[in-house]
Design a protein around this ligand. Structure first.
Ligand SMILES: NC(=O)C1=CN([C@@H]2O[C@H](COP(=O)(O)OP(=O)(O)OC[C@H]3O[C@@H](n4cnc5c(N)ncnc54)[C@H](OP(=O)(O)O)[C@@H]3O)[C@@H](O)[C@H]2O)C=CC1
Ligand SMILES: [Cu+2]
Length: 404
């Protein structure tokens, strides 16, 4: 910040102070300061206004406050910091050094570090710990960083009602929890400031539970696809010179899907069975499973859902068979040749039975699959008794969930 800007800011603070008094005075517990008028700062402000908090913004350029939709108070950093006990820092970590000269104003205040990083281990220490080192007199609480500006603005929904916080001071955390609760979030205290790094890494996780199941699914699909490609298409071409490469798109895919689906389904239920055997063998259910089994069991739901996905693809691929060009061509060709040769074929009841039973079993099997899938949804599980759940999920013995 240049010297001119600094003096500009000072004069703004002075000129805005009377305005502060003009606003109906709220007790300090009802007033909250937000430093930074960016995306997150504004969204947070909108959210805070709902339950009736008074919001005071702290900005480098308080005079450009006209940008704010509800005409909230915008003061210079120092004046804003003095206006409230609870201060949200909605500024990127790179710019935190502007807080150093303000350390005196922050003494005894609760600073909420909202920052998130672009990648894991971006900085040697957690942002919240860094903030604490810059303003040692303040109580830093890490929190809300798992929310996006968008979800803050739209208010808590079922999916992101939970916010995590951590910090050294119990009183400071309680103050933040009180605000979070008023905003409709349920705040979970994760412990001391040393947990901050873990909380900061939270939004950067990319489907950690899905990684292995997805790799297995892709690996199996590729392996079976190449096997079938060689076994049918390439083999027919080499031995009979026949080009049936068009089968790659539907026929081969339709063969890969059910194979992968069934393997994934067995991989979903196998660890439960292994775990039961292990418990029987050990004669106790109160010992930890080996790590590989533990990790395997923790991704059973993902394995099951992928299995259901492949089964669903198989259903779709099967349904479109009658409208395929090659199939329609052979049906017409067959009919025309019957007419030409003046032949008729007899209706074969056995084949009809065979065919219908085959399809019917397929449909029932898929129905069971969907039932298994639905009964593993958390909301459905909650509405089932333990006995009902184990009745449907036959292969999933109870004690194995101990480890999960
Ligand atoms: N946007 C999001 O969805 C989320 C953002 N966050 C975190 O919140 C923080 C703010 O993000 P966001 O609002 O998106 O960012 P923006 O870039 O939109 O806003 C950042 C604000 O910080 C202030 N600022 C910028 N540079 C400086 C500086 N050198 N010195 C002092 N203040 C400065 C500015 O406010 P002014 O001009 O008023 O001084 C600016 O508006 C970041 O740490 C981000 O990681 C966390 C979760 C979600
Ligand atoms: Cu099938």
């Amino acid at each position: 910040m240049t010297g001119q800007e600094r003096s500009e800011e000072k004069s703004e603070c002075v000129s805005l102070s009377p305005m502060m008094e003009a606003v109906p005075a709220l007790p300090e517990s009802e007033r909250v300061c937000v430093i930074g008028t960016g995306d997150l700062g504004r969204s947070l402000c909108l959210r805070l206004l709902h339950p009736g908090y008074g919001v005071v913004f702290g900005s480098r350029r308080p005079h450009s406050s006209s940008r704010l939709p509800h005409g909230e108070q915008v003061l210079g950093h120092a004046a804003a910091a003095q206006s409230a006990h609870l201060i949200f820092i909605a500024v990127q970590r790179e710019h935190y050094d502007f807080l150093v000269p303000l350390a005196n104003q922050f003494k005894g205040k609760v600073l909420v570090d909202l920052s998130k990083n672009l990648r894991k281990n971006q900085y040697p220490e957690a942002n919240a710990e860094y903030l604490q080192s810059l303003v040692p007199g303040a109580e830093v609480v890490k929190g809300f960083n798992t929310l996006s500006a968008w979800s803050l603005q739209n208010g808590p929904s079922d999916a992101n009602r939970q916010v995590y916080i951590c910090g050294e001071s119990v009183e400071a955390k309680q103050a933040v929890i009180a605000v979070a609760t008023k905003l409709g979030f349920s705040a979970l205290d994760r412990g001391s400031i040393s947990v901050a790094r873990e909380l900061e890494d939270f939004p950067l996780q990319l489907f950690p539970q899905w990684r292995h199941p997805l790799r297995i699914a892709i690996g199996l699909s590729a392996a079976f696809f190449f096997y079938l490609l060689i076994r049918y298409v390439i083999y027919a071409y080499v031995t009979q010179g026949k080009d049936i490469s068009f089968r790659i798109m539907v026929s081969l895919a339709n063969q890969v899907c059910p194979i992968v689906s069934l393997i994934m389904l067995s991989l979903c239920y196998l660890p439960g069975v292994l775990a039961s055997f292990l418990q029987l063998y050990r004669g106790t259910k109160y010992r930890r499973f080996p790590n590989w089994l533990d990790r395997w069991m923790l991704c059973r739901k993902q394995l099951g859902l992928l299995s259901l996905g492949f089964a669903f693809l198989h259903v779709l691929y099967t349904l479109i068979i009658p409208i395929r060009y090659s199939v329609m061509f052979w049906v017409t060709e067959h009919t025309v040749s019957l007419i030409r040769e003046n032949r008729t074929t007899m209706f074969d009841t056995t084949t009809a039975w065979h065919d219908d039973s085959y399809l019917s079993l397929g449909i029932l099997g898929f129905g069971l699959y969907v039932l298994l899938g639905i009964t593993s949804l958390p909301s459905v599980i909650n509405s089932l008794s333990w006995r009902e759940f184990s009745f449907v999920q036959v292969g999933s013995p109870g004690p194995v969930t101990l480890n999960a």
